[in-house]
Design a protein around this ligand. Structure first.
Ligand code: NAG
Ligand code: NAG
Length: 216
């Protein structure tokens, strides 16, 4: 094989794997996160497989309602690699979300995960906004037992419009999905984004920007 052929193969291999990229695939049975390791890698260093125990794959508490006494009226209880070290390199995680009446999980994105959400109690109005075609809202009312998908990276929300509490369970296609809450990122960053920039972006005056920033 000539070096040109080899180069072509390498490029094809890269093209293939970029196209299907998600959390990296497993190269071994388990890689339980070693939170004490000083090694910094993509994910967490593996603890010695001989020291792996059942507790590494275990989390308890998803039966308990989160505290929704906050401005948004919602609470997310996460079960990802931070809580479950055995999820390291597994490309999957879960959350429980509680919603007070009129509570919402405000517009946010998960930079590394698609989310599939099931309503366990109550009803929710949910939606996401596409990037192509740009800024199209795809939204629906969900009742108990209904499932909805939020595609990876897209801005999405859930709102409990009813008079009762609502509960959802969701799975996410990353061990560490990440969350970017739009309002907090844009108006609550530290240090702040310049009010000139936000005034122009949102087509409002600087006083309005300062007022919104003061809410964070
Ligand atoms: C829920 O959160 C509120 C606000 O932080 C706090 O005052 C309250 O004590 C919490 N309730 C429980 C049961 O933890
Ligand atoms: C979508 O993008 C086009 C081109 O940039 C722009 O003219 C149009 O206003 C956008 N539509 C929405 C709904 O933002």
């Amino acid at each position: 094989m000539t070096s040109h052929h080899l180069l072509l193969l390498v490029l094809l291999a890269m093209a293939c794997c970029h196209a299907i990229a998600n959390d990296p695939s497993l190269l071994q049975d388990v890689c339980v996160a070693d939170n004490t390791s000083p090694v910094h890698v993509n994910g967490f260093a593996c603890k010695d497989a001989k020291d792996v125990v059942a507790e590494d794959f275990f989390f308890s508490g998803l039966h308990m309602a989160g505290n929704t006494s906050n401005k948004q009226g919602s609470a997310v209880t996460a079960a990802n690699v931070v809580q479950i070290p055995g999820l390291n390199t597994m490309g999957i995680s879960m959350v429980r979300i509680d919603y007070a009446p009129k509570g919402q999980n405000p517009p946010h994105t998960h930079p590394r995960a698609t989310e599939i959400l099931a309503v366990i109690e109550g009803s929710l109005y949910v939606g996401f906004v596409t990037s192509n075609p740009n800024n199209t809202l795809i939204a629906k009312v969900l009742n108990k037992g209904d499932i909805f998908v939020f595609p990876k990276g897209l801005v999405h929300f859930q709102y409990n419009y009813g008079m009762d509490n609502a509960v959802a369970l969701a799975a996410l296609s990353s061990q560490n999905p990440g969350v970017i809450t739009i309002a907090n990122s844009v108006f609550g960053s530290d240090p702040s984004i310049s009010d000139d920039i936000l005034a122009k972006a949102f087509q409002v005056n600087q006083n309005t920007v300062n007022w919104i920033q003061a809410q964070f």
